[in-house]
Ligand binder design. Structure first.
Ligand SMILES: Nc1c(/N=C/[C@@H](O)[C@H](O)[C@H](O)COP(=O)(O)O)[nH]c(=O)[nH]c1=O
Ligand SMILES: [Zn+2]
Length: 360
């Protein structure tokens, strides 16, 4: 096993916890001495032990003189648990391999500094790209105080998401829909416009054979016109509604005490407002399932971090069918959002494209 291999073990046990550690990052750690793995650990849920604590507990006193591979810079501040940098020093480790530094200003570089001052050798950057990707949502939130936004569209080959009568069941098949539920588990929250609720009456819950966390459902509903019997109002998964200044929210709240209503002082609810509000509530990642008008606002304002585009091998036709992105057309093609494909995969008979804004 090479140094990279040991860091890949740490990354794989960290990647397995994505979706269950928010608002904390997903972290993995491996303790190795004389080519023998003495401890492996990952951070399992917020408030519980960090990855390094688990790995060092398994290693026990043999940790002295060992190396530790950690996917994120060991913490140096007192959060809910004592700093891991101090623990590593206490266990007299020989060397620390850190895949990437923590962008959190409270930590950035401090953990590495503390280790080096204690005479422990530290190497930063092993498998850095994969480690940065692993916590891209957490890093984005820490730096911007707004959720990382994933736009999700499921459309036919000719770009439709529903027929002119609003029918959309189903466009994509089982494998693609299971992938969507995995994304719901990974994201802190899922957002739709009230028209999607009125049209589809969706559950927006995570229904995977192996279970999974339900995202917080966020409904954009300026005039509070959501239907009484909507699933999102009547099951036990969390729901927030963002509405404008007019609706009488008191009577609504009496009927739906478990639903959080966030009333703004304006009816012109901007995407920036929505992201600021959700950021203030600690939502780090937001999965935007539509509909077409909502997608249009995020795209027009360039307020998304990646797009998951599911395409079914179906042709619907019809200028009057619902297209994936609504809103108003720009005047010129050069106004299009410039993106780059980061992955293409086949999911059963469908394909899934992941695209991100072009770095330029
Ligand atoms: N029509 C389709 C989708 N449709 C997406 C939304 O319009 C639906 O309201 C939402 O996914 C329903 O959520 P649920 O009730 O929790 O199952 N999304 C997909 O990936 N494939 C589709 O074929
Ligand atoms: Zn720690």
């Amino acid at each position: 096993m090479t140094h990279d291999d040991y860091m890949k073990v740490a990354l794989s046990v960290a990647e397995a916890t994505v979706g269950q550690t928010s608002p904390n990052p997903s972290v993995g750690a491996v303790v190795v001495k004389n080519r023998k793995i003495l401890g492996i650990g990952s951070h399992l849920e917020p408030g519980k032990e960090h990855a390094e604590v688990h790995a060092l507990k398994q290693a026990g006193s043999s940790a002295e003189g060992a190396d530790i591979y950690v996917t994120l810079e060991p913490c140096s501040h007192y959060g809910k648990t004592p700093p891991c940098a101090d623990l590593i020093i206490e266990h007299k480790l020989r060397k620390v391999y850190v895949a990437c530094l923590d962008p959190n200003p409270a930590v950035a570089g401090k953990g590495v500094e503390k280790l080096r001052q204690a005479g422990i050798e530290v190497e930063v950057g092993l498998q850095e790209t994969r480690a940065t990707e692993l916590n891209s949502k957490f890093f984005h939130f820490i730096q911007s105080k707004r959720p990382y936004v994933t736009l999700k569209v499921a459309m036919t080959l000719d770009g439709k998401t529903a027929t002119s009568t609003g029918d959309s069941r189903w466009i994509t098949s089982e494998k693609a829909r299971i992938d969507v539920h995995k994304q719901r588990h990974i994201h802190d929250a899922i957002l739709v416009g009230v028209n999607t609720v009125l049209k589809d009456n969706p559950h927006l819950t995570t229904r995977l054979p192996q279970g999974g966390k339900n995202p917080i459902r966020v409904i954009l509903d300026t005039h509070l016109k959501i239907q009484e019997h909507a699933f999102v109002l009547n099951d036990d998964a969390p729901t927030k509604i963002i509405c404008g200044s007019n609706p009488d929210i008191e009577s609504f709240k009496l009927k739906h005490p478990n639903v959080q209503v966030i009333q703004l002082t304006t009816d012109d609810i901007t995407t920036e407002d929505v992201l600021d509000i959700l950021g203030e509530q600690g939502i780090q990642s937001l999965y935007v399932e539509g509909g077409s008008t909502v997608h249009a606002t995020f795209i027009e304002r360039r307020l998304f971090n990646e797009c998951h585009w599911y395409i079914a091998p179906k042709l619907l036709g019809g200028a009057d069918a619902i297209s994936a992105v609504g809103g108003k057309s720009p005047t010129f093609m050069k106004e299009a959002a410039l993106l780059e494909f980061t992955s293409v995969e086949q999911l059963g008979q469908d394909i899934k494209l992941i695209v991100r804004p072009n770095k330029e």
